[in-house]
Ligand binder design. Structure first.
Ligand code: PEP
Length: 249
């Protein structure tokens, strides 16, 4: 059982506009009050500067949705960790299933991205999770362990500085959530894997992601190894996101 502050991170994915971002952040700031948990929003790269300004002086941390595995140079379209840091980025998602699925990101690429983020002083939120076919084939544990192992192996003792998000692919954007028991079971596996690599495994926040919403957040967040949530769709509506934050004591 871990006692650290919970983290609720919103993943806006490829949504937003200058106008919509301003309205959403204003509503979040107005409704946040004394949030008992840490809060972050992962925004599309073009809006980093805008959102950096909008969250200044608030308890909301800035996050990015991806980072290059390379340091700098001839990588057209890529955004480096140093560039993210220039805008005060605190967290970056790496290995989101949509990046693994649509952009061919391998475990090795995800591990390299996590390494770049850590070297720049940005906390990588490493996303792992099985597809429906993998779950039905009884491979859930093997898949998430393989995905996390790549990051553990290439990051050594820095591994206690990461955040891990368990996101079953079949639950992302589908309205189908893992039960609290299913999620806890995988989180316990991930915690044990981290404990084998570092004495500070308890410091690592393990987030659950996959159709988390105002109705199911409290039960998921009550599990002993669930330290927060990575929230997609529900993070785009201030009222829903605020209710999830309120559920994270
Ligand atoms: C996500 O994109 O990381 C996610 C969990 O999405 P959703 O909450 O919409 O399932």
């Amino acid at each position: 059982m871990t006692q650290k502050k919970k983290l609720i991170a919103g993943n806006w994915k490829m949504n937003g506009s200058l106008q919509a971002n301003a309205a959403l952040l204003q509503a979040l700031r107005d409704g946040l009050g004394e949030a008992a948990c840490a809060v972050a929003v992962a925004v599309p790269a073009p809006y980093l500067a805008q959102v950096q300004g909008l969250v200044a002086g608030s308890a909301i941390a800035l996050a990015a949705q991806d980072v290059s595995q390379h340091e700098s140079g001839a990588f057209t379209g890529e955004v480096s960790a140093a560039m993210l840091r220039d805008f005060g980025t605190r967290y970056v998602l790496v290995g989101h299933s949509e990046r693994r699925q649509y952009h061919g990101e391998t475990d090795a690429v995800v591990a390299a991205k996590a390494q770049r983020a850590l070297a720049a002083g940005i906390t990588p939120i490493v996303c792992v999770g099985e597809t429906l076919a993998e779950r039905e084939a009884g491979q859930t544990e093997a898949v998430v362990k393989r995905q996390l192992a790549a990051v553990v192996q290439s990051n050594g003792q820095c591994i206690s500085e990461i955040v891990v998000a368990y996101e079953p692919v079949w639950a992302i954007g589908t309205g189908r959530t893992a039960t609290p028991e299913q999620a806890q079971q995988v989180h316990a596996v991930l915690r044990a894997q981290l404990a084998a690599a570092t004495e500070r495994a308890d410091r690592v926040s393990l987030l659950y992601g996959g159709s988390m919403n105002a109705a199911n957040a409290a039960q998921l967040l009550a599990q002993p190894d669930i330290d927060g949530g990575l929230v997609g769709g529900a993070s785009l509506k201030a009222a829903d996101f605020l209710q999830i934050i309120a559920a994270a004591h």
